[in-house]
Design a protein around this ligand. Structure first.
Ligand SMILES: Cc1ncc(COP(=O)(O)O)c(C=O)c1O
Length: 406
């Protein structure tokens, strides 16, 4: 019998995801230590000022002084991590209930439930709402937390080609024996940056009388009126059966939520393993999150700035000759062949003082890589132009190389 740990040694000795020659650089980049104060845009790394383009702090709320003050005051009164218990034991305080009312107001739903992380929310909701004889039909790029939730649920799980409504419909047409069906998508895809066509998805869900669940981790705060997300952008909020989200991106804190009809949320409260069997969000974070959502709903100026920066960056990157796919959001995936994103990210850091992250398999398809660049409301035009100048120089150098790969 093989030792169950054998695969660990094999992985470290000979990763299948990175070519042998690229392994040292991959290890260096993926284990590099971030500075403590890393919300950006300017950060200090080993005494060097660097410009950061790699967080999802879209509105700059992670470093907002009002949000910080609320969190710090609550931590001082109640301790860093109270309450000390699961939500169904000693972990539900008035603060949690108030945050859940705030989330329901934000998503314009009857009720909402918060979780310690977004992944817990997605996993827990799917794990308990779907059962063995049900079918979940997911976009092939649905977030890993949704895929994990589907696995835990034991439901039959099918995948349709990314954003391909014909492929989805062909699956729906064939799935006649399922007891119940839900379509599961991200609002905005975290590596590609494109939106799910929620208007068409709503038509299909109605035609086949199935449910539609949306993980809008990257849409909340960024698009739609009051930052209410991708469903608000499409004008279909009422047609989404479960809205899911995280506080770890535009909200700038940590935690996650599921929002929808009260009867479903009450069911999830008593059945989601990631809600029942884990500690509640600390009051300090709950209070900071409530404050951040208030600011976020009122942050049209910050949203306008993110979109302005996004346009400047994406027009510029395309003009330089890089491909960034079909993105419709601030997520800007600069595409590269093989593991070349590792070298672009390394050069950005070393030669230009720009902190951007490479993504390789399994974040993207094997044999491809991206440098994932994200402008926020806190970046200035000069910051964007500095990045474009650096990318321009790298692109020119790569074009001269014998095997150009952009
Ligand atoms: C689409 C999507 N869903 C869920 C999550 C998980 O959120 P959290 O970081 O709160 O666990 C993420 C974050 O990586 C995400 O991008």
């Amino acid at each position: 019998m093989k030792d169950i740990f054998a695969k660990c040694e094999a992985f470290l000795a000979r990763s299948k995801t990175v070519l042998a020659g690229d392994q040292a650089l991959a290890t260096q980049l993926f284990t590099s230590v971030s500075p403590e104060e890393n919300a950006g845009p300017w950060i200090e790394v080993n005494g060097r000022k660097m410009l950061q383009f790699s967080t999802n702090d879209y509105l700059g709320l992670a470093s907002n002084p009002e949000v910080r003050k609320v969190g710090l005051d609550l931590a001082e009164r109640f301790g860093l991590c109270s309450p000390m218990g699961s939500r169904v034991l000693t972990g539900t305080t008035e603060h949690h209930l108030r945050l859940e009312r705030k989330v329901a107001e934000f998503k314009r739903t009857e009720a909402a439930l918060t979780f310690a992380t977004g992944s817990n929310a997605m996993m827990g909701a799917l794990a308990c709402v779907a059962h063995q004889r049900d079918t979940l039909i997911m976009d092939q790029y649905a977030h890993a937390s949704l895929v994990c939730g589907a696995k835990i649920s034991g439901a039959k799980t099918l995948f349709f080609r990314h954003n391909d409504m014909q492929d989805l419909e062909s699956i729906l047409r064939k799935e006649t024996d399922a007891r119940s069906i839900a379509i599961v998508v991200d609002g905005i895809y975290s590596m590609q940056g494109d939106m799910a066509p929620l208007d068409e998805l709503v038509e299909l869900k109605k035609k086949y009388n199935v449910r539609l669940f949306v993980d809008d981790a990257h849409g909340n705060g960024v698009c739609g009126d009051g930052g209410r997300g991708t469903a608000a952008h499409y004008g279909v909020e009422d047609e989404i059966d479960l809205h899911m989200g995280t506080f770890s991106k535009a909200v700038g804190t940590i935690g996650g939520f599921v929002a929808g009809p009260k009867v479903v949320l009450d069911f999830i409260r008593y059945n989601a393993p990631t809600f029942l069997f884990t500690k509640a969000m600390p009051i300090s974070i709950v209070g900071a999150t409530e404050k951040a959502i208030d600011l976020l709903m009122d942050a049209d100026d910050r949203r306008a700035k993110v979109w302005e920066n996004t346009k400047r960056l994406q027009d510029g990157v395309r003009e330089l000759g890089f491909s960034i796919g079909e993105t419709q959001s601030p997520i800007t995936p600069i595409k590269a062949k093989g593991s070349d994103a590792l070298y672009i990210a390394d050069e950005l850091r070393r030669d230009y003082g720009i902190w951007a992250v490479p993504v390789i398999y399994p974040g993207v398809h094997l044999g491809t890589s991206i440098v994932r660049v994200i402008p926020t409301a806190n970046h200035t035009e000069a910051d964007i132009d500095h990045l474009l100048d650096a990318l321009g120089a790298i692109h020119r150098k790569m074009a001269l190389a014998p095997q150009a790969s952009v």
